[in-house]
Design a protein around this ligand. Structure first.
Ligand code: MRU
Length: 376
């Protein structure tokens, strides 16, 4: 499974080209629409799925902050794309009609505001760092150049995803005998609705299906916000990919009784030692996978790695409102006044992770930092 150098094995078999699949992301699964000429942004309102497929306008940073905070969009790569594209839209608003030093200060303030929307997914901070490093010699150049930069970041996410899926799928297949069809467990939503592309862990599930190597995807419901049942099963059913929905507390039984071969999850923030923050419940899956001796892989673009964080102990974990746990479809499930702890993420220790699969290569957690350093 792992080589002596700690680099996860690659498959030699040819794989379906992710770029070919990218064109296959159906219009109804596109998480956002951006018209570059008109500088017009719309997002698919994920709170309405699966009942309704409705795009809503994002007319600037206030709207961008709001759709992220309310989780009308979510998923680490998508949060970064929506925030930066919202900033691009903001640059054409009357408030941004400023001379250069004032415009730069305005952008700094808008970035700080966007950054405060959701604290755990590091893709947003990484993207805003790129935005804030941008310089130009006049206000007009700055506005034009920054819009181009943001558009390029969005395009780069898709290319990064294409390479990620190729690397990650090869690694997954290398861990199993040729022709074996896999039973894959996953949590939350890491697909087209969490990215601007095919997705990370769910993207690999798509690739396995396209290669004829997926027997069944097992999607955890993902309480309390139900991204698994609302979004992941929606994507898989839409694409006619075999999926079985389970509740989170069925994970151990499914590992034992449903012959799960592998667990694939996404990431919101990976520390340099491989500790990984992801949707609450991921840590539980890693513990269960270790007990059942099932390989547990994190599939993530390098934009979800925090190169300034040595380990996961200091990652800020977002806590969500109690009502997300105590109510369902507006109806109360719990007695009035009950105390609630509602962390949106947990941190899986690197020790429990078989491999971290990125577009820059596949790494055992212990080799992540050195592998990243040598990939430039
Ligand atoms: O709270 P969410 O829905 O934004 O959480 C999303 C996740 O935890 C995903 O696994 C992660 O962002 C990776 S998405 C490719």
């Amino acid at each position: 499974m792992l080589s002596a150098a700690g680099v996860v094995a690659q498959a030699l078999t040819p794989l379906p080209e992710a770029a070919a699949l990218d064109g296959a992301v159906a219009e109804s699964l596109k998480s956002l629409r951006y018209d570059r000429e008109a500088n017009h942004l719309q997002i698919l309102d994920q709170l309405l799925i699966p009942a309704e497929t409705k795009y809503v306008d994002v007319c600037g940073v206030e709207d961008g902050f709001s759709v992220i905070k309310k989780m009308q969009v979510r998923g680490a790569p998508l949060i970064a794309s929506v925030a930066t594209l919202a900033l691009a839209v903001e640059l054409d608003r009357p408030e941004a009609a400023l001379e250069l030093p004032a415009l730069e200060a305005f952008v700094r303030e808008r970035c700080a505001f966007l950054l405060s929307s959701r604290p755990t997914a590091v893709n947003l901070a990484n993207a805003l760092d790129v935005v804030l490093a941008f310089r130009a010699s006049s206000a007009d150049e700055y506005r034009i150049g920054l819009k181009e930069l943001v558009f390029a970041l969005w395009v780069a996410e898709k290319e990064e995803n294409r390479r990620l899926l190729h690397c990650a799928t090869a690694c997954v297949l290398a861990n199993f005998p040729e022709h074996k069809k896999l039973r894959v467990m996953t949590v939350c939503n890491t697909g087209s609705l969490a990215t601007s592309s095919l997705g990370t862990a769910l993207g690999v599930i798509r690739q396995l299906h396209a290669a004829g190597r997926l027997e069944m995807a097992f999607a955890l419901e993902t309480r309390p916000y139900n991204q698994g049942v609302r979004l992941t099963t929606y994507e898989l059913v839409h694409d006619a990919i075999p999926v079985t929905l389970i509740t989170d507390n069925m994970a151990a039984a499914a590992m034992r009784l449903q012959s799960i071969d592998i667990v694939l999850v996404g990431a919101d923030q990976v520390a340099l030692n491989g500790d990984t923050a992801n949707k609450i419940g991921t840590y539980m899956l890693a513990v269960l996978a270790a007990y059942h001796r099932i390989p547990f892989f994190v599939v993530t673009p390098s934009s979800s790695i925090n190169r300034n964080r040595a380990d996961g102990s200091t990652i800020t974990i977002e806590e969500r409102p109690a009502a997300e746990m105590t109510t369902f479809n507006g109806k109360s499930l719990a007695p009035e006044g009950v105390g609630v702890w509602n962390p949106a993420f947990d941190v899986t220790p690197a020790l429990l992770i078989t491999g971290i699969l990125t577009e820059l290569g596949n790494f055992a957690p212990a080799n992540l930092a050195s592998g990243l350093a040598s990939s430039f």
